[in-house]
Design a protein around this ligand. Structure first.
Ligand code: NAI
Ligand code: MG
Length: 358
C-alpha cells in the first residue's frame, strides 16, 4: 500500500491551532479506511525559527521538503518580523522552486453557511489562478527617488508556456469534473500586450475542448457577476493578480476567511504541491483557542483529492457540512461560541458516523 509522505508546516499564530485539528481528521481517516496510510514529518519553520536563526527555514530547507508527496501548511506571520519576510523567505520560495503554477480555490457555499449576499444563492465554482508569473514579478525598478520626477516601473511577465499550462489545467479540470463552462477573466481591452497574449493562448486551448463552452469577461464585469449571478459560474480562469483579488471576493461571498481553503499545485508531480488555508496567522485571536479550523481541514481535503482520493475529500467535506448544518458547535467567526478543538472533534465524530465507525 502506498504510504503518503506529508510535510507539515504549522507556522505561527493560529496556524498550529488549526493544524492540530486537521491532523486529527487525517488520523481518523487512516483509522477508518485501511486503504489509506500516511506518514507526517513536522517542520517548525516560523517566526521563532527566524528570531533564533535569522532564517525562516534552514538553507537546505527546500531540499528537505522535496522528497515529500505534499506539504500541508498552516499560516505564518508575527509582529516580531516584517510581513514580507515569511512570505518572501518561506511561502514564495516553496511555490516557485516547486513550480506550483496552479493556485486552486473552490468557491462553494457549504450547506449550513449563509452568504452575505441578500438573496440565498447556489454558489459552487472554482477559481484557477496562474501562480508563477504574470503581474507578480520583480522585474522593474525605480528612478529619481524622492524627487518630484520620481518614477516606478513594474513589468508583467506573460509567457506562452505559462499561459498555456494554466489554461490546459483549467480545461482538463473542467473535463474531469464534468463542468460545462470556463470563464476567462481578462482585461485585454485596456492591458493590450500581456492580456491579449493571455486571451489568444487561452482561446487556442479552448478550441481543443469542444464539449466545454468558453466565455470571456472583463475582470471588472466578473467582479460584479460574483455578486449578482454567482450561480452562473463554474470555473473562472484568471491571471495571478486578477485571481488573487477575485479569490478574496469569492471567499467573502462563500462564508469568509475561516472556511476558505486553497491549493498550490504542481500538476506534473515533479515536486510536492502545497495545501493551505487562505487566512493568515490571525494574531488578534491567536492563543485563545477560537480560530475556525474548517479552512485548514478543507485544505487537507483538497490534498486528499490531489492524491486521487476524491472519496475521502467528499467524506471530509460532507462532515464539515454536517457540523455547519447542525449549528451546535461553531466558532465565533461564523456565529457560534465553540472552541477550535470542539469543532475539530465534532468533524471527526461526523466523519466516523458517515464512514460507518461510530
Ligand atoms: P488574517 O487572515 O490572519 O486575519 C484577518 C482577520 O480574519 C482577523 O480578524 C482574523 O482574526 C480573522 N481570521 C483569519 N483566520 C481565521 C480563522 N481561521 N478563524 C477565525 N477568524 C479568522 O490576515 P491579517 O490579519 O491581514 O494578517 C495577519 C498575519 O498573517 C500577518 O503577519 C500576515 O502577513 C500573515 N498572513 C499570512 C498568510 C499566509 O501564511 N499564507 C496569508 C495572509 C496573511
Ligand atoms: Mg490574497
Amino acid at each position: 500500500m502506498n504510504v503518503y509522505k506529508i510535510a507539515v508546516l504549522p507556522g505561527d499564530g493560529i496556524g498550529p491551532e488549526v493544524m492540530k485539528e486537521a491532523l486529527k481528521v487525517l488520523k481518523a481517516l487512516s483509522n477508518i479506511d485501511s486503504t489509506f496510510a500516511y506518514e507526517i514529518t513536522a517542520f517548525h519553520w516560523n517566526t521563532d525559527h527566524y528570531v533564533k536563526h535569522g532564517l525562516m527555514m534552514p538553507e537546505n530547507g527546500l531540499k528537505q521538503l522535496e522528497p515529500f508527496d505534499s506539504i500541508l501548511f498552516g499560516a505564518v506571520g508575527d509582529s516580531r518580523v516584517s510581513e514580507h519576510i515569511p512570505i518572501w523567505e518561506l511561502i514564495m520560495p516553496i511555490r516557485k522552486k516547486f513550480q506550483q503554477y496552479i493556485n486552486f480555490r473552490p468557491i462553494k457555499l457549504l450547506r449550513g453557511l449563509e452568504t452575505p449576499l441578500k438573496q440565498e444563492k447556489d454558489i459552487d465554482f472554482v477559481i484557477i489562478r496562474e501562480n508563477a508569473e504574470g503581474e507578480y514579478s520583480t522585474a522593474g525598478g525605480k528612478m529619481y527617488q524622492g524627487e518630484s520626477r520620481e518614477l516606478a516601473v513594474q513589468n508583467t511577465i506573460m509567457t506562452r508556456e505559462g499561459i498555456s499550462r494554466v489554461a490546459t489545467y483549467a480545461f482538463q479540470y473542467a473535463r474531469e469534473y464534468q463542468l460545462h463552462k470556463v470563464t476567462n477573466a481578462t482585461k485585454s481591452n485596456a492591458i493590450i500586450h500581456t492580456m491579449s497574449l493571455w486571451d489568444e493562448v487561452v482561446e487556442e486551448i479552448a478550441n481543443d475542448f469542444d464539449e466545454i463552452s468558453y466565455e470571456k469577461y472583463y475582470v471588472d464585469a466578473i467582479a460584479a457577476l460574483f455578486v449578482e449571478r454567482p450561480e452562473d459560474l463554474q470555473l473562472v480562469l484568471a491571471s495571478n493578480l486578477f485571481g488573487d483579488i477575485l479569490s478574496d471576493l469569492g471567499s467573502a461571498i462563500a462564508g469568509g476567511l475561516g472556511v476558505a481553503p486553497s491549493a498550490n499545485i504542481n500538476p506534473n508531480g515533479d515536486f510536492p504541491s502545497m495545501f493551505e488555508p487562505v487566512h493568515g496567522s490571525a494574531p488578534d485571536i491567536a492563543g485563545q483557542g477560537v480560530a475556525n479550523p474548517i479552512a485548514q481541514i478543507w485544505s487537507l481535503a483538497l490534498m486528499l483529492q490531489h492524491f486521487g482520493r476524491s472519496d475521502l475529500h467528499d467524506h471530509v467535506l460532507s462532515s464539515i457540512e454536517d457540523v455547519l448544518v447542525e449549528k451546535k458547535l461553531l466558532t465565533p467567526d461564523i456565529g457560534g461560541s465553540a472552541t477550535t478543538e470542539q469543532v475539530g472533534d465534532t468533524i471527526v465524530n461526523k466523519l466516523q458516523k458517515r464512514m460507518g465507525l461510530a
